[in-house]
Design a protein around this ligand. Structure first.
Ligand code: PAF
Length: 295
């Protein structure tokens, strides 16, 4: 952190809400010239305690904190999901102000995409499995928006939640392809007291689905114990899928045990050189919940 940061922060009294790329670049240019460290937290808004934990960490580790709030249309392969995605911009900005954020970047779609973005990122195998297989085009859309944000902000560090575990691997790949120089900081999943992974989509759960959804984490936790007791990958996978599907209102879309870096499914624990992670997607009615656990 810059030694003058304390004094500097004294002069930034209010968070600025910025809506254009030009304004944000202009504000950040002088801060870059002074070698201030900049932490970026990209979000799609509907902020919850999970996002706030990323922002708190960015606040601790950087001189300047920028949070983007933008529901990125190019990463939605399902128009209904885009239409119903919660949008709570005013409440988000109030939370960001309380969290001592310096700049809230809240652009419109035409500001971020003045013309169609036809870039196709060659993201390779990390993007071809799980979410990549289920949501065609999703990761390319994530790479489009995150690369735009990195180019505009040129952050020292960018913060992402491990709930979207595969997304972090895809972003690391995009960073390598584009030659960005920054640190990607992966932050642990934040959970409700009953274990449900925090997500902006949780507000769309019916009371019945909300009541049963915490079982996903309980079952994943039990599966870690099974591994310690000697169960194979095949047995653990069968247990997780069957136990979740046995619950009223929940249906597994996929459950894969993958290597933590390559994202490739493993058939035996010792095939996961970087450690094994179990990644699950579950439908609760029309709400798609995702979660994961490290073995
Ligand atoms: O994880 C998200 O909320 C989004 O995918 C991100 C990284 C903000 C890009 O739109």
């Amino acid at each position: 952190m810059h030694p003058d940061n304390y004094q500097y922060r004294f002069f930034i009294i209010n968070m600025e809400i910025i809506t254009t790329v030009g304004q944000l670049s202009e504000r950040l240019a002088s801060l870059h010239a002074q070698s201030r460290t900049i932490g970026l937290v990209p979000t799609m808004g509907a902020l919850h305690a999970g996002h706030m934990s990323l922002i708190e960490r960015a606040r601790r580790e950087n001189d300047i904190v920028v949070v983007s709030v933008f529901v990125n249309p190019t990463q939605f392969n399902n128009p209904e999901d885009l239409r119903t995605y919660p949008r709570t911009e005013e409440a988000d900005c109030a939370l960001l102000r309380q969290a001592d954020v310096d700049f809230a970047f809240v652009p419109t779609v035409s500001e971020m995409y003045p013309q169609e973005d036809n870039r196709q990122f060659d993201l390779g195998p990390v993007a071809q499995v799980m979410e990549g297989a289920m949501r065609p085009g999703h990761f390319n859309g994530v790479a489009q928006i995150v690369s735009k944000l990195f180019a505009i902000v040129n952050p020292t560090r960018a913060y992402f939640g491990e709930k979207d575990f595969q997304q972090i691997a895809v972003i690391r790949k995009m960073v390598q392809l584009e030659g960005f120089s920054l640190e990607i900081v992966a932050c642990p999943i934040k959970r409700e007291e009953d274990g449900l992974a925090m997500s902006s989509r949780n507000v769309r759960l019916t009371p019945e689905h909300r009541a049963v959804a915490p079982q996903i984490h309980k079952i994943l936790t039990r599966s870690v114990d099974m591994k310690s007791e000697g169960a194979s990958v095949v047995d653990v996978k069968a247990y997780v899928v069957d136990a979740i599907n046995a619950l009223e209102g929940l249906e597994v879309e996929y459950y894969e045990i993958v290597d933590a870096l390559s994202m490739q499914p493993v058939g035996a624990w010792d095939e996961a050189a970087a450690g094994a992670v179990g990644c699950v997607t579950v439908y609760a009615g029309d709400v798609r919940l995702i979660d994961n656990i490290k073995y």
